[in-house]
Design a protein around this ligand. Structure first.
Ligand code: NAI
Ligand code: MG
Length: 364
């Protein structure tokens, strides 16, 4: 019996609604598969916590989280708390302290009807973006000089270390080799004449160790165009923190929007817990109405199962999302249905069970 210890940070707004459905899925797996069990601990951190305690998480919050195998996060952010505080003091703090330097964002079209791209189908849009998640343009380095004066100057410095650049690129090559897929690096060496020239050099250098991996290299502006016009070019993509942030939102747009986009923040060495979260925010406009779409959060559970080495369950969850997307009446309003958040979760667990039986993961 393998037990996985999961820290829950549901957060604000619709975060708790969608995390509850993800937990429902995990509990259903535990019930179906006698080899696996989960333990959960809930942490109340987020913006409401901030308004009450003046901080986003406990002072020893990072210490508390260290013992877990994974962190499952909903969303943080709420009107009244500045976004740079909620982001930097919780999410980015966890990403940095736990060295979650790999961000995995699947850009996979699960149902043809979900893409706004004319003539593109599931076989055209199926790739993985590996985003650098620990430094680069989001290192937080810089200065604000002569604040408020006419000579005011701000500096926002990109930080690209050899260690940081090499490890993310190496991770991407390993993934491309493992999956027997092409690898595309996205950078901007013509304009960013230090950081991105360095990035391109490291990409070529590390590539010498992977002669079996077919590679491509695009400038980020051209790549943005190809994401929309020619997504079938991409299989595995590696890119910097800022470029990855922006490109993966294009990726979300071509695969069905925020209700479906997911991301894993991974420390591959497993020195610290990795964090799994839907990409969307706390959606204050719809929170409390039970109409939030839990499928992105459920996709995060699929990524978590892959990360645990339970790939059969990871794949079964993804297939079940494909199946439920065929049943429009079982979906939330953002996908054209009338179902509530918990109704989607309930129907989902039924489908997952059917799939687990038909795939032979569990006995009938
Ligand atoms: P958002 O993702 O919360 O919402 C954007 C739009 O998408 C809204 O119309 C919302 O109703 C809709 N939407 C999002 N998730 C949905 C779901 N699961 N089902 C159905 N509809 C969904 O982004 P927004 O409005 O820019 O930000 C709101 C708050 O969330 C801000 O405080 C922001 O800082 C925070 N935020 C937090 C993130 C995180 O915790 N990772 C990521 C992005 C934003
Ligand atoms: Mg983003």
């Amino acid at each position: 019996m393998k037990n996985y210890n999961i820290a829950l940070i549901p957060g604000d707004g619709i975060g708790p609604e969608v995390v509850a459905e993800g937990v429902k899925v995990l509990k259903s797996i535990e019930k179906m598969d006698s080899r696996i069990s989960f333990s959960f601990q809930d942490f109340p951190w987020g913006c409401e916590y901030y308004l009450e305690h003046g901080k986003m998480m406990d002072d020893d919050g990072i210490e508390k989280l260290k013992a877990f195998d994974a962190i499952y996060l909903g969303a943080v952010g709420y009107p009244g708390v500045p976004d740079h505080i909620s982001l930097w003091d919780l999410l980015l703090r966890i990403r940095k302290e736990f060295d979650l330097y790999v961000n995995l964002r699947p850009i996979t079209l699960l149902n043809d009807s979900l893409t706004p791209l004319k003539d593109k189908t599931k076989k055209d849009i199926d790739f993985l973006v590996i985003r650098e998640n620990s430094e680069g343009e989001y290192a937080g380095a810089g200065d604000w000089l002569f604040k408020g004066k006419p000579e005011e100057v701000v500096l926002q410095t990109g930080v690209f270390s050899r260690k940081g650049t090499e490890r993310i690129i190496r991770y991407a090559y390993e993934e491309a080799r493992k999956q027997k897929k092409t690898l595309t690096s996205i950078s901007k060496g013509n304009a960013l004449n230090y950081s991105m020239v360095f990035w391109d050099e490291v990409f070529d250098e590390v590539g010498k160790e992977y002669p079996d991996v077919e590679t491509y290299s695009y400038l980020v502006d051209a790549a943005s165009l190809y994401f929309v016009s020619d997504p079938e070019r991409f299989e595995i993509v590696v890119t910097s923190n800022l470029f990855g942030d922006i490109l993966t939102d294009i990726g979300a747009a071509i695969t069905g929007g925020m209700g479906l986009a997911t991301g894993a923040n991974v420390n591959p060495e497993k020195e610290f817990p990795s964090m799994f979260e839907p990409v969307h925010g706390s959606a204050p406009d719809i929170s409390g109405k039970e109409i939030s779409n839990p499928l992105a959060a459920i996709w995060s559970v699929s990524q978590m199962m892959d990360f645990f080495g339970e790939e059969k369950w990871g794949a079964a969850i993804l297939d079940s999302i494909k199946n439920i997307l065929e049943e429009t009446n079982q979906l939330t309003p953002d996908l054209g249905g009338k179902a509530s958040t918990p109704q989607v979760g309930d129907r989902f667990t039924e489908i997952l069970k059917e799939n687990a039986i038909s795939k032979g993961i569990i006995a009938k």
